[in-house]
Design a protein around this ligand. Structure first.
Ligand SMILES: [Zn+2]
Length: 420
């Protein structure tokens, strides 16, 4: 807070300084009026480990960093917790749509909602508002680029299933400058396979299914460079960028040994780096959403090894973002999850303590890095749970992300930053 108060540049009396500090500390009012007490954040990188809560982070810490180590995401100087309850007529536990809508609009809503309120009314999103304020915007995900979490930041829909209309809104309404991830099937009509063939052997249910025409052609007409391979992505110059690298998710989410694959055509970290290179040219700053979807999807399948693999890829992308912010001190990086998936627990290796069988049997043992210890991952559900999620932050204003808050708090902090 001392750091923030020091940024008040006008020669003002102590009482006003105190008031500015109070304003900054108040999630309902956000930044101070007239720009005087506003935080010096120009860029925001918001990172969603979909389905990631404390136990996912701890399992990944043991596996990748060891008993004395830390993940990059856990070295961030500020840490808090978010509750994730939706405002749903039937459900207590959130889905990704309501969770991301809370971040992107500050309103708790029903499961399946994409940034509409419980009555179905469209709400202003962080992505669209940042764009309107002059910032460059982007989204990077290993899910479909139109899946619920990115969609909530850049679209409005009463049902998360209308991914082709969400793609249309990206082009016609919210206009993110960078769109990288999976979900090609939603950008093309049936019968137009695109760069990724329909009905592939690894998942014959995949195939183009859009009802809004050839949105890839429309994107090109709108000035986007369209890429579908790692080489094209690497070669892409400055300017608006659309990259689609899978029919649906950039992996195959299944239980162990049933065709489960986590092998994105391009890594999340590579996509994140490219997005940062592209967005950083905007003098007004940028907002970038980065999402690793594999944590959630493999936890749904109670697949411990693949969940850890996805956590490792997320961690690499977090490191890319943190390194960028270390070089650009006006950049805030926030890492959290939209909800917990799997009800997982990190346990000792103990044959007498086995709580499930079949898919939900314990996974492992997995090695603890740098030691002879091992641990197992135990699951309680193939669904989401209501556990709260850790949130860690790095850069200016990171200290706002302390304490325990509803997930709408993310919007309360970021909105004044992204719209000034
Ligand atoms: Zn999920």
């Amino acid at each position: 807070m001392v750091r923030d108060v020091r940024r008040v540049t006008a020669p003002i009396v102590t009482g006003v300084l105190a008031a500015a500090g109070l304003v900054l500390a108040n999630p309902l009012t956000g930044a101070a009026p007239h720009g005087s007490g506003r935080p010096a954040v120009r860029n925001v990188i918001f990172i969603n480990g979909d389905g990631m809560a404390a136990a996912h982070r701890e399992a990944a810490r043991l596996y990748y960093a060891g008993l004395d180590g830390q993940l990059t995401m856990d070295t961030f100087p500020s840490s808090g917790q978010l509750t994730t309850s939706p405002d749903d007529p039937e459900d207590v536990v959130t889905d990704s749509a309501a969770g991301a809508s809370a971040w992107a609009t500050g309103v708790r809503t029903y499961n399946g909602a994409i940034s509409v309120d419980p009555a179905g009314k469209a709400l202003p999103t962080l992505g669209a508002q940042a764009k309107a304020a002059g910032k460059a915007t982007g989204l990077v995900t290993t899910a479909q680029v139109t899946d619920a979490s990115p969609a909530a930041f850049f679209a409005n829909a009463t049902d998360r299933a209308v991914q082709d209309d969400i793609a249309r809104q990206y082009l016609q309404v919210s206009k993110p400058d960078v769109i990288l991830g999976g979900g090609e099937d939603w950008w093309l009509p049936a019968g137009s396979p695109g760069a990724y063939p329909d009905q592939p052997a690894e998942d014959p249910t995949e195939g183009s299914r859009g009802t809004k025409g050839d949105l890839i052609a429309q994107a090109r007409a709108d000035g986007y460079r369209y890429v579908s391979t790692p080489a094209q992505l690497a070669a892409a110059g400055p300017g608006k960028l659309l990259g689609l690298f899978a029919n649906q998710e950039m992996f195959q989410q299944r239980p162990e040994g049933q065709g489960d694959k986590y092998d994105p055509v391009v890594s999340l970290a590579t996509m994140a780096r490219k997005a940062l290179d592209t967005l950083a040219t905007d003098r007004d700053g940028f907002f970038l959403l980065i999402e690793e979807e594999g944590v959630d999807e493999f936890a749904h399948n109670n697949n411990g090894a693949r969940t850890l693999q996805a956590m490792g890829e997320l961690e690499k992308a977090v490191t890319v973002a943190r390194d960028y912010a270390a070089r650009h001190r006006d950049t805030l990086v926030v890492v959290t999850g939209d909800h917990e998936t799997g009800g997982l627990a990190v346990e000792e290796v103990n044959a007498a303590d086995e709580s499930g069988d079949g898919t939900s049997a314990e996974d492992g043992p997995f090695p603890v890095k740098g030691s002879t210890f091992r641990f197992v991952i135990d699951w309680t559900t193939t669904a989401h749970t209501g556990q709260d999620v850790p949130i860690t932050a790095y850069g200016p204003l990171a200290d706002r992300f302390t304490g325990k808050h509803p997930n709408t708090f993310v919007y309360d902090v970021l909105k004044p930053v992204l719209t000034r």
